[in-house]
Design a binder for this molecule. Sequence first.
Ligand code: ADP
Length: 245
Amino acid sequence: MLSVEGLRKSFGGNQVLTSIDLSVQTGGVLALIGPSGSGKTTVLRCLNGLEIPDGGRVGFAGGPAVDFGSPVGRKQISELRDRSAMVFQHYNLFPHMTVLQNIIEGPVQVQKRPRAEAVREAMSLLERVGLTGKEDQYPHQLSGGQQQRVGIVRALALKPSLLLFDEPTSALDPELVGDVLHVIKELADEGWTMALVTHELAFAREVASEVVFMDGGVVVERGHPDQVLREPQEERTRQFVHRLL
Ligand code: ADP
């Protein structure tokens, strides 16, 4: 579904991603783990066109790869952006819009889909995540866990090829984490293709088809969750997973 080669990104003089190679199979779940500041969020933001890489190639199945080594047009960025949808750590819902308005904004305003159809789909997605009856509430009237489930529904409503989750539970109170992880697990079981940045290593082991350990802007180790999380080959990976598991 997704293939990334040689992805590079600097901020000012700070090289944040050195040469990242990744791939995600259709229906696969890629878990990105690693210490804070290792570049995980920047990888997701580059995939979603929220940051423009300095170099490397990003390709989705069924389309030409975008080569950031040469000048890249607005149209290519917008095509890349349309392939994925992001669920943010801090939900990033529009505070002045109701739950329903938050969800249908992208499908109606950006994708130009009929409003009635977008509303119908939004209501059915809200039901799926246990939020029936919340459609006319504002984000501040919901718990963090409920807001994040709205964030997930908002991403699903765009019907992306790839779902991106950036530490979706790390802003939540511990008792609210389980509900959100449960929804993500169900989506994985349903066959959604996803890339997930997480500190929840036990969850990564349960849900991921591949785990990538990053440190200092490079991929240190990647492989099956059992291998990377239980029998890491690299010392840096070993130290990291032993601290968290
Ligand atoms: P992680 O998700 O692994 O914690 P990030 O991708 O958020 O890592 O950040 C990697 C590095 O890039 C950090 O040193 C961070 O300060 C820096 N960084 C991220 N975004 C920006 C930005 N917009 N401007 C400047 N530096 C940034």
